[in-house]
Design a protein around this ligand. Structure first.
Ligand code: PNS
Length: 161
């Protein structure tokens, strides 16, 4: 059974993440989409909120699990018996950071391979922080995020305005 981990902050999950997931589920028997608990970041959505938003978006898949982790990603992957890490690569600008992480993870565990997947080019410019900023400023992000996330962003905005 080929198990892959798709890690990230997912604050919040976007259509770009879902595009990568859609590709990953075709390549692996099981994909665990997992939220990194990063105490040094101040996310817009709590871990629980991010988790339930992801859950709402992945119901259609039978081979996707949603989880969260802290500590080293490769250690987490080992506990899940995963042999691959999935990361999205949108543009050259992603490459340096992603290469650094992939090579470091390989140093930490040579049995775990990072697999880069390219999203549809319409998501090249899309990332969670841009979505958060546009939503905070009242812009329309309906083309960039799934419906549950759009509604959650609207609720956040109402609460803070
Ligand atoms: O969505 P992001 O913020 O780009 O995801 C980054 C993430 C969570 C994949 C990365 O920060 C990570 O793997 N964190 C776990 C800690 C770890 O293992 N660090 C060493 C990797 S080089």
């Amino acid at each position: 059974m080929k198990i892959a981990i798709y890690p990230g902050s997912f604050d919040p999950i976007t259509n770009g993440h879902l595009d990568i997931l859609e590709r990953a589920v075709k390549l692996f028997d099981k994909v665990i989409i997992t939220i990194a608990k990063n105490p040094s970041k101040a996310p817009m959505f709590t871990e629980e909120e991010r988790r339930s938003l992801i859950e709402a978006c992945v119901r259609k898949y039978t081979n996707v699990e949603v989880d969260s982790f802290d500590g080293l990603l490769v250690e987490y992957a080992r506990t899940k018996r995963a042999t691959s890490l999935v990361r999205g690569l949108r543009a050259i600008s992603d490459f340096e950071y992603e290469l650094q992480m992939a090579l470091m993870n390989r140093k930490l565990d040579g049995n775990i391979e990072t697999v880069f997947l390219m999203p549809n080019e319409k998501y090249t410019y899309l990332n969670s922080s841009i979505v958060r900023e546009i939503a905070r400023l009242g812009g329309d992000v309906s083309g960039f995020v799934p419906k549950p996330v759009l509604q959650a962003l609207q609720r956040k905005r109402k609460r803070t305005s």
